[in-house]
Design a protein around this ligand. Structure first.
Ligand code: C2E
Ligand code: CA
Ligand code: CA
Length: 445
C-alpha cells in the first residue's frame, strides 16, 4: 500500500454503500464490476461480507486519524486486495473505501470461499478453517480460558453437520471437516498398513484382438482384499491414495505383480499364442515423482520381461500441468521399450495437442461411448472421429467396456484394434485368469 498525504475530499456520505448492495445481489459468487469514480464500496461501521480485488483503477481508504477525524489513510491500485477482514467475521469495517476513478474490481463474498475450501484436500481444509477460527478468537480479545470454551462450544454447535455459523457460513463447519480429515488420516494409515500386510492384489481382465477376438493381453486392475470388509474396488481407495501419495507405492506394486503374472501366463499359454501383453495403470501423480523412469526400469530388469510386452496406461491428467516434464518422462519410458496407452480417451481434454506432443502408442476409448453405441448415433460418430484421428497419428485403438455381442462388430467395422469388457470376461484373480487363458487358447487352437 502507498500512503499519500490527504489531498482528497474525505467526506463519506450516509447512503448505503455498494458493499451492502453487492453482498445481497451476488451472494456466494465472485463477480467483476466496473464502478464509476466516487463509488462508496464500503463504509466505516458496516458489517458486510465482501473483500475486493482491484483489477484496474484506484481506491482511497478513508478512516479515523488519532484525533477522530476522517482522513485519507492510503491509496491502493491494481492487483491489491482490501476489505479482506470481512471474509473472516462480522467485525464492523474500520474504514471506508471509495473509488477515485472508473475501476474494475472483483467482489469476493465470504460465501464464495465455502465451495473453494470444501474442494480442497480435507486435511488442508480443516487446517485453514481452524486457523481462521483461531484467528477470529484472538481478534476478539478474550481471556484464554473463555476462548477455549468458545472454540469447543462452536464445534459442538456445528456437530449436527448442517448447522452453520452465521458469521462464517460453510467455512467454519469444523465438526464435519474434522470428521473428513480424520477419515482421510485413518484411510492413509489403513492403506499403509494394508501395503505392509500385502492386502493389495492384481485382478486381470483380458483384452482381445479385433476382428478375430484372439486374446491379446490383460489389463491389471488393483483390488484390496480387506480382512474385515472383503474385496474393495479401486474407486473406493485410489482417490484417497492419490491425495495421500500412497498411490505411487500401489502402482509400483501392481507393476511388479503384473510382470510376475506375465511369466505365469506365458507358462500356461505354452507357445499357443503370439506373446501376450500386460498393461498397468499409472496414476498421474507418479509424474511428479523423482526417479519414476528408473524405478520402472528396475522393476522391468528384475522381472526380466520383454519391455515391449508391458503397456502403461496413463490418463490425460498426467499430461496437463507440467507438459515439458510429462513429455520428458514419456520419452524416458519409451526409451525403456514399453508402450503407452492413453486411458479414458474422450472424457477429459482430449485435445489434438496431446497426441502430437507426447509419444503415445494406443488410445483407450472410454466405455461411456462404447455402451451407448446402439442408443445414440453421436457415440458412433465420436468413435469414428477418434479412430480416424488415431489413424493419422498411427495409434492403435482399444475399445473398453464392451458388454454386448452386437457392439463387437460395430467397433470392429469402425476400425478398433482391440476390445475389452464384461462381455468377454470381468477382471479376475490371477488363478482365474490363468485358467481362462488355458481354456481360451484351447478353444482358439
Ligand atoms: P480403468 O483403468 O478405466 O479400468 C477399467 C474399469 O472398467 C475397471 O474398473 C473395469 O473393471 C471396468 N470394466 C471393464 N469392462 C467393463 C464393462 O464391460 N462394463 C463396465 N461397466 N465396467 C467395465 P475397476 O477395476 O473398478 O477400476 C476402476 C478404475 O480404478 C480404473 O479405471 C483405474 O482408473 C483405477 N485403477 C484400477 N487399478 C489401478 C491401479 O493399479 N493403479 C491406479 N493408479 N489406478 C487403478
Ligand atoms: Ca486402465
Ligand atoms: Ca479406462
Amino acid at each position: 500500500m502507498t500512503k499519500t498525504s490527504p489531498t482528497l475530499n474525505t467526506a463519506v456520505d450516509d447512503s448505503q454503500s455498494q458493499d451492502a448492495l453487492l453482498a445481497r445481489a451476488d451472494a456466494g459468487v465472485i463477480t467483476r464490476h466496473i464502478f464509476p469514480a466516487g463509488t462508496l464500496l464500503f463504509k466505516k461501521g458496516e458489517t458486510r461480507h465482501c473483500a475486493f480485488l482491484i483489477e484496474k483503477g484506484n481506491v482511497h481508504i478513508i478512516g479515523n486519524d488519532d484525533g477522530g477525524e476522517d482522513k485519507l489513510l492510503c491509496v491502493i491500485g491494481a492487483g491489491e486486495i482490501f476489505g479482506e477482514m470481512a471474509l473472516i467475521d462480522d467485525t464492523p469495517r474500520t474504514a471506508s473505501a471509495i473509488t477515485t476513478d472508473e475501476s474494475e474490481i472483483f467482489v469476493i463474498p465470504r460465501d464464495s470461499l465455502h465451495d473453494r475450501v470444501k474442494g480442497l484436500d480435507p486435511i488442508i481444509s480443516l487446517l485453514i478453517s481452524l486457523l481462521i477460527e483461531r484467528y477470529r478468537m484472538t481478534r476478539i480479545h478474550m481471556p484464554e480460558s473463555i476462548k477455549q470454551h468458545n472454540i469447543s462450544g462452536f464445534i459442538e454447535k456445528n456437530a449436527g453437520g448442517d448447522a452453520q455459523d452465521a458469521a462464517m457460513p460453510g467455512i467454519t463447519n469444523i465438526a464435519r471437516q474434522r470428521q473428513d480429515a480424520l477419515k482421510e488420516m485413518r484411510m492413509e494409515q489403513e492403506l499403509r498398513q494394508a501395503l505392509k500386510r500385502k492386502e493389495f492384489v492384481p485382478f486381470l481382465q483380458p483384452i482381445l484382438n479385433l476382428p478375430d477376438c484372439r486374446i491379446a493381453g490383460y489389463e491389471t486392475l488393483i483390488r484390496w482384499q480387506n480382512p474385515e470388509k472383503g474385496l474393495i474396488f479401486p474407486g473406493d481407495f485410489i482417490p484417497a491414495a492419490e491425495r495421500t501419495g500412497v498411490v505411487q507405492a500401489l502402482d509400483m506394486l501392481m507393476l511388479e505383480k503384473a510382470c510376475a503374472a506375465l511369466a505365469e501366463i506365458d507358462r500356461v499359454a505354452d507357445g499357443r499364442s503370439a506373446p501376450l501383453f500386460i498393461s498397468v495403470n499409472l496414476s498421474g501423480i507418479n509424474f511428479g515423482t523423482a526417479r519414476l523412469v528408473e524405478r520402472i526400469r528396475d522393476i522391468i530388469t528384475q522381472s526380466a520381461i520383454d519391455p515391449a510386452r508391458l503397456k502403461l496406461e496413463i490418463t490425460e491428467s498426467a499430461l496437463i500441468g507440467d507438459a515439458t516434464q510429462a513429455a520428458n518422462i514419456l520419452t524416458g519410458l519409451k526409451a525403456l521399450g514399453v508402450t503407452i496407452a492413453l486411458d479414458d480417451f474422450g472424457t477429459g481434454y482430449s485435445s489434438l495437442g496431446y497426441l502430437h506432443k507426447f509419444t503415445i502408442d494406443d488410445i483407450k476409448i472410454d466405455r461411456s461411448f462404447v455402451n451407448q453405441l446402439h442408443d445414440d448415433n453421436r457415440s458412433i460418430d465420436i468413435v469414428r472421429a477418434i479412430v480416424s484421428l488415431a489413424r493419422n497419428f498411427d495409434l492403435k485403438i482399444i475399445a473398453e467396456g464392451i458388454e454386448h455381442e452386437r457392439d463387437i462388430k460395430t467397433l470392429s467395422d469402425l476400425g478398433c484394434d482391440y476390445a475389452q469388457g464384461y462381455f468377454f470376461a470381468r477382471p479376475m484373480s490371477l488363478t482365474d485368469a490363468l485358467d481362462y487363458t488355458g481354456r481360451y487358447l484351447s478353444q482358439q487352437s
